[in-house]
Design a protein around this ligand. Structure first.
Ligand SMILES: O=C(O)CCC(=O)C(=O)O
Length: 314
């Protein structure tokens, strides 16, 4: 039995769901205060060791806003050089101060002429350890439902598999995707096949059409496909009053997020979730459950690669 099991102390992770406004300074302040709140340890128990923030938390979720709010972000290779990015600086400082892994939701990133939807991950020393640029852009048109075209302003990332290491006493190898990426089982399957992830974190911002139908379903599906935990964090849904204000005074079209930040275990069970308002969802993670599933139902070994392949280009 591992020391972890003997002490009974399983590591915890928290999903931070909060409102996003048109005011970047306010968004930075909100995110920082939610990080602090999630680690204030009211119950006297173990503090979470990993936090997940929502997709696009420093800017309105509007294609017309991304260029204006975009920041040049550091690269993993450049370590602590934050390139003057306020968002990277805040996340790095908070990770270091509170000694916690932060999967920093996503923010619009500028590199040359291109704008990406990018997730940065900081380790408890405040070092950038992973960066994922959304690979599958959210371009859909559901008549009578939702039309959105991220590719109007965003460029898709070219690196499919993003992971970081937390060690076997925490969450093992963790994969990262962003929102629409969750619809592509091949990506999740490759995270398992190539990197043997125990957990996949996906900041997201589903909507009122696909949210009720697919948000939880996709998370449970990916958890069972990959035999891993799936953690998502969404912005809180704007209240009617907030939406009215944006419609009257706002610069960008309003976006109504589904909310419902959720954690699913490798068995496919929802172990933590919330409604549409601001929330902090804290869950226990037992990465041995992922290993157990992979041993007990060894689908990875039973694939008929003679008949079909899920493959990644080097
Ligand atoms: O897949 C969906 O239905 C929603 C995706 C989305 O909102 C996003 O990628 O930002």
């Amino acid at each position: 039995m591992s020391a972890l099991a003997a002490s009974g102390a399983l590591p915890r992770a928290s999903l931070l769901q909060f409102h996003v406004t048109e005011d970047k300074a306010v968004n930075l302040k909100t995110a920082r205060s939610k990080i602090e709140e999630s680690l204030s340890g009211g119950g006297g128990g173990e503090k979470p060791k990993l936090l997940v923030l929502p997709e696009v938390w420093n800017s309105p979720y509007a294609t017309s806003a991304f260029t204006e709010y975009a920041e040049e972000l550091p690269s993993v290779e450049k370590g602590e050089d934050m390139m003057g990015s306020e968002s990277a600086k805040m996340l790095s400082e908070a990770a270091k101060e509170f000694e916690v892994f932060i999967v920093g939701g996503s923010v619009p990133e500028r590199e040359g002429e291109d704008i990406y939807n990018t997730c940065m991950v900081f380790n408890p020393a405040g070092v950038l350890v992973a960066k994922h640029r959304k690979v599958h852009l959210f371009d859909i048109d559901v008549p009578g439902g939702i039309s959105f075209k991220e590719s109007d302003t965003l460029t898709a990332g070219g690196d499919l598999l993003t992971t970081f290491e937390t060690g076997d006493r925490l969450f093992g190898t963790v994969g990262v995707g962003i929102c629409y990426d969750i619809r592509f089982p091949e990506m999740a399957l490759l995270l398992t096949k190539e990197r043997d992830v125990s957990m996949i974190c996906l900041p997201g911002a589903f909507n009122m059409t696909t949210g009720p139908a697919h948000w939880e379903l996709l998370q449970r599906a990916r958890a069972v496909d990959c035999q891993a935990y799936v953690l998502t964090a969404s912005p809180a849904r704007a209240t009617d009053e907030m939406l009215e204000k944006v419609k009257k005074e706002g610069k960008f079209p309003p976006y109504t997020a589904w909310g419902h930040s959720t954690a699913v275990n490798p068995w496919g069970e929802v172990i933590g979730t919330c409604n549409e308002g601001e929330a902090i969802v804290e869950v226990e993670i037992d990465m041995r459950k992922s290993k157990e599933m992979k041993t007990n139902i060894p689908t990875a070994l039973q694939k008929r690669s003679d008949l079909y392949k899920v493959d990644v280009e080097a």
